[in-house]
Design a binder for this molecule. Structure first.
Ligand code: IPM
Ligand code: MG
Length: 357
């Protein structure tokens, strides 16, 4: 089969890790007899440098015309002084919104081979954990009214958390459907003891739960959830939560797997066109040094094959190749203790995974 893939390499380590994922996707295409056409577009800081805007219209049009999008990371100290509307991060929100990607799937599982990289004790990790965080991606405080005004103490800035029943229902359905395909367990995370928007969230989830009697449903407050994730991550399977809580909890979930360099994500809407990206950022401190761990982006490529193109054997093969390379003991710097010998570079790790494939 033939697919057109838009590449948004972005800033920092973005170009290195996207090139790695492309190499592995090319290998998969060769092995399984497909053709992937890649076209690169600018996003983030590099787009500001070239065009003055973090999200040029050409990028949006290119993504809309493609079958799927693979993104690296955006942002860096160079653009930290840009006004809010022109920050690289704003481009990420803009492209998510333009493509209607309201669902963000962030799987977090512990690889047995990386057991030692997890900061959690054996008694907590047991035989491992495997979570799926379903994060709402185009609503809530990221997209609510914001601005400056005069308040009780003079000038103040504000951001607004707002959720409609429609937005809660559509992300809720994705989460319940995902729970039905996994272990039929769903925990919805909110702050309904304080926030009105969370009370509507909870009420709507409860109504949906009645439609899915086979799913063992529970609610949890976000502060407790942050604690439970490190106290007993094995109690969770699918988690559904708002944009901001999902942002925070997915970083926490990634760290207990050992490295943020391992976690892939898929952003989806109503069509099969998705955007796939590692959950980590642009890591300006190691950019251009060939040190980055490409696995999160390679696994994002696998998610693209599975969710957007329906190529699950191909996705399985990439995931298996990553497993094999990790089981054989190969590690990038982020996955190693200081005493464990010399790490693989980004390109060496990519090479190993391509060979395993
Ligand atoms: C993420 C990132 C982004 C977010 C930033 C860079 C805008 O942290 O994808 O988790 O907050 O969504
Ligand atoms: Mg984040």
């Amino acid at each position: 089969m033939e697919f057109n893939i838009a590449l948004l390499k972005g800033d920092g380590i973005g170009p290195e890790i996207v090139d790695s994922a492309v190499a592995v996707l090319e290998k998969a295409a060769e092995k399984f007899g497909h053709k992937f056409n890649f076209t690169s577009y600018l996003i983030g800081g590099c787009a500001i440098d070239a065009t003055g805007k973090p999200l040029p219209q050409e990028t949006v049009d290119g993504c809309l015309a493609s079958d799927s999008v693979l993104l690296g990371a955006v942002g860096g100290p160079k653009w930290d002084d840009q006004p809010g509307e022109n920050r690289p991060e704003k481009a990420l929100l803009g492209i998510r919104e333009a493509l209607g990607l309201y669902t963000n799937l962030r799987p977090a599982k512990l690889y047995p081979a990386l057991r030692n990289a997890s900061p959690l004790k054996d008694g907590i990790v047991g035989d491992g954990f495997d979570l799926m965080i379903v994060r709402e991606l185009t609503g809530g405080i990221y997209f609510g009214d914001r601005g400056y005004r005069q308040g009780k103490y003079g000038e103040e800035a504000f951001d607004t958390e707002a959720y409609s029943v429609t937005e809660i229902e559509r992300i809720g359905r994705v989460a319940f459907d995902s729970a039905m395909k996994r272990s039929k367990k769903l925990c919805s995370i909110d702050k309904a003891n304080v926030l009105e928007s969370s009370r509507l969230w909870r009420k709507t989830m409860h109504r949906l739960a009645e439609e899915y009697p086979q799913v063992e449903y529970s609610d949890m407050f976000v502060d407790n959830a942050a604690m439970q994730l490190v106290r007993n991550p094995r109690q969770f399977d699918v988690i559904v939560t708002s944009n901001m809580f999902g942002d925070i909890l997915s970083d926490e979930a990634s760290q207990i797997t050992g490295s943020i360099g391992m976690l892939a994500s898929a952003s989806m809407g109503e069509t099969t066109r998705g955007m796939y990206e590692p959950i980590h950022g642009s890591a300006p401190d190691i950019a251009g040094q060939n040190k980055a761990n490409p696995i999160a982006t390679i696994l994002s490529g696998a998610m693209m094959l599975r969710y957007s193109f329906g190529l699950s054997d191909e996705a399985d093969a990439i995931e298996k190749a990553v497993d094999n390379v990790l089981n054989a003991g190969y590690r990038t710097a982020d996955l190693m203790g200081s005493s464990e010998g010399s790490p693989l570079t980004c390109t060496e790790m990519t090479q190993k995974i391509s060979e395993a494939l």
